[in-house]
Design a protein around this ligand. Structure first.
Ligand SMILES: [Zn+2]
Length: 270
């Protein structure tokens, strides 16, 4: 039996145990968290609400409208269950160059990201990436893995950390259940690459220029950020990533041209 196969068998067995114990105790206490996509979405919404209550948010109307304009244009391109989700957006008033997403379509953008994204198309590259994590069910995949490996608190701290010390305890408390879900663990490299390419298609379908994604990654490489943003974590080097994006131009530029032919010219500005 080769090692890879053995690993898969063990992983499958562990998952089976997890799913088997996915029940409610007689007292009504939930014993397991990986019950379904719906459970993950509920937890995503719960965490999102707590973030909105405990972390300072950007109140500037122009900034909110700008990010919402880009996010709406991308979400409008979705179909199936993702189109019916209750997508929400929070812009956190923190200087980090970062964005992330919670299950159920809850997008969190940190204000620092807006200083690195030079235009609507570059912002669309990040938001498209985050939306792709949701439509690809990456959180569920990740949570299942976390259930058998059980790590995540440090990453949780990174997600809600930052200069707002007064919120630290609340943030940890808010995320305690989320950590159990594995929602705070990083996505895998494979998931990140997948989100890149699916996100690129979303932005192009919405009428954003996919070539700006490469400019964004150049900006990111040049920016001296102390933390690795979610959308860059576990990724290959910037040059490899740019090569991947360029290699998909044929498909994404065709989508972009088609969007423009359909009259999709997003005009999102600050
Ligand atoms: Zn990502």
């Amino acid at each position: 039996m080769n090692r890879k196969f053995l690993k898969r068998v063990v992983y499958t067995a562990c998952c089976a145990v997890v799913i088997a114990s996915c029940t409610t105790t007689p007292s009504g206490r939930s014993q397991l968290i990986l019950k379904s996509e719906a459970a993950l979405e509920l937890e995503g919404a719960r965490q999102f609400n707590i973030i909105r209550e405990t972390v300072p948010l950007v109140n500037n109307r122009d900034t909110i409208d700008y990010v919402a304009c880009v996010a709406n244009a991308i979400v409008d391109e979705l179909d199936g269950p993702a189109a019916d989700m209750y997508w929400e957006l929070a812009i956190v008033d923190q200087p980090d160059v970062n964005a992330y997403v919670l299950p159920g379509g809850k997008i969190v953008v940190k204000a620092g990201l807006l200083s690195v994204t030079a235009n609507q198309d570059q912002l669309a590259a990040v938001i498209g990436h985050e939306v792709a994590h949701v439509t690809s069910h990456h959180s569920n995949e990740r949570a299942s893995r976390a259930a058998v490996t059980g790590f995540g608190i440090d990453v949780a701290a990174i997600l809600l950390g930052g200069p707002y010390g007064r919120n630290t305890n609340a943030a940890y408390g808010a995320l305690s259940t989320g950590v159990m879900f594995g929602l705070s663990n990083p996505f895998s490299r494979k998931q990140e690459s997948e989100a890149d390419l699916i996100g690129l298609e979303y932005m192009a379908m919405a009428g954003f220029d996919p070539r700006q994604s490469v400019e964004l990654w150049k900006n990111m490489n040049a920016a001296n950020t102390s933390r690795i943003p979610e959308f860059l974590s576990t990724h290959p080097s910037g040059d490899t990533r740019i090569d991947d994006l360029v290699s998909h131009y044929a498909k994404t530029l065709a989508l972009y041209n088609q969007a423009q032919a359909e009259g999709k010219y997003p005009d999102c500005r600050r």
